[in-house]
Ligand binder design. Structure first.
Ligand code: NIG
Ligand code: FE
Length: 381
């Protein structure tokens, strides 16, 4: 095992409450872990040294919400939206048709390409959902392929009811045979709780079945309407309520009084011309928030966590420090992970090196590729 000392770190923003931010710092990567970090003048010896020339180092971004196993794209749907059509859940079905028709090799290649994009943008851990198969065989294929790339795999058989299918029959399938086929590859169960997808009672049944099969819940909640998704997520102590675009004061109170993370997905609001979620009020009320990409072919086809951070700052009134925290510590909390999202001795050596002296530049220079290096478990990605 080699130890690499990163020196010349202009700003080390650890996201650790005790360590805070260090200037003129160094960090030792020992195998797949962080072996030491502190003032450059006190750095230990190492097998090799790498001078970062004053750049800023952050924990790798944790993308706790993404839909990455699918075929085809929906560029035409996007173009129609830009000339006035509203986003609805219905577009999902066209991706389902393309995905069912695709061979494993094609789905694997597409997933690999998107994972490479995520890493190039500084993401070191990502969650990946099924939900574009909507039959037992295809859903199982999707979670199996996702599990090749990440331990954070989510069963989203309850994305929408597929065409030409009886609603009650489909719910029975999702809660029964489909769940049993997928659960061995998954850690999480999710449901699209929304008008045009699943109502609260249906969503509760899906999540309870997932919990009974050993999965932990997360919810697509309050994306298009202020429905009951957030309250359901809190009721079931879900790891996260995702989207939170339309929240009532009671939803904000419920999130603030719970361990459920509010996962905000501003790339979707950007790509659907929707109002942004009220991140400021959520944070001020005491809720924990995460930022994630929600990369998917319909509502937002971007893998850029730096752009999500810039939008959160410019459009959602977060400070750059709050946005970076949501994209690191927040994402880790939304995945119930304590080994990632911060930089401290003993944690996994997942790092982003920015081609900038500070993380402020992530919002100050939107759309500019500022990720200089990404390290995952001590290896350059
Ligand atoms: O998170 N809202 C549900 N699922 C995705 C969109 C899926 C699609 O349009 O293909 C989302 O926005
Ligand atoms: Fe989503």
């Amino acid at each position: 095992m080699t130890a690499t000392l990163l020196t010349g770190i202009g700003l080390l923003a650890t996201q650790d409450d005790e360590l805070g931010e260090l200037t003129d710092a160094a960090l030792l990567i020992d195998g797949d872990r962080i072996g030491w970090l502190g003032p450059a003048g006190h750095a230990p010896a190492a097998d090799r040294r790498l001078d970062l020339g004053g750049r800023c180092v952050l924990p790798g971004f944790v993308d706790s919400h993404a839909h990455l196993v699918f075929a085809g794209d929906r560029a035409a749907e996007f173009a129609a939206r830009m000339t006035g059509q509203a986003y609805t859940a219905g577009g999902i079905r066209s991706t389902v048709a393309a995905t069912r028709a695709a061979a494993d090799a094609e789905l694997r290649a597409n997933l690999g390409r998107l994972a490479a994009e995520l890493h190039a943008g500084g993401v070191t851990t990502f969650e990946c959902k099924s939900g574009y198969g909507l039959d037992v065989d295809t859903e199982q294929r999707l979670v199996r392929l996702a599990a090749e790339r990440t331990p954070e795999v989510t069963f989203l058989g309850a994305h929408v009811v597929p065409e030409h299918t009886d609603r009650a029959d489909y719910l029975n399938l999702v809660c029964g045979q489909m769940l049993q086929a997928c659960a061995p590859y998954c850690r999480w169960v999710d449901v699209f709780c929304e008008q045009g997808a699943f109502d609260v009672a249906e969503s509760r049944a899906v999540l309870r079945a997932g919990i009974a099969a050993g999965l932990a819940p997360r919810v697509h909640a309050n994306q298009l309407t202020a429905g009951g998704g957030v309250q359901l997520a809190v009721e079931l102590d879900a790891a996260s309520a995702d989207h939170c675009t339309h929240l009532s004061p009671a939803d904000i109170d419920a999130l603030a009084g719970s361990d459920t993370v509010a996962t905000l997905l501003p790339l979707v609001e950007f790509s659907t011309r929707s109002p942004y979620p009220d991140a400021r009020t959520l944070l001020d009320a005491g809720a924990t928030i995460a930022l994630a990409t929600d990369c998917n072919p319909g509502s937002g086809y971007s893998t850029s966590m730096p752009l999500a951070i810039a939008l959160a700052v410019v459009q959602m009134r977060l400070s750059p420090a709050e946005a970076v925290r949501a994209a690191t510590v927040g994402g880790a909390k939304a995945l119930h992970r304590t080994d990632i999202g911060r930089l401290a001795v003993g944690l996994r050596a997942d790092l982003v090196v920015l081609d900038a002296p500070s993380y402020l530049h992530l919002a100050y220079r939107p759309g500019v590729p500022l990720v200089h290096q990404t390290w995952i478990a001590g290896q350059r990605a």
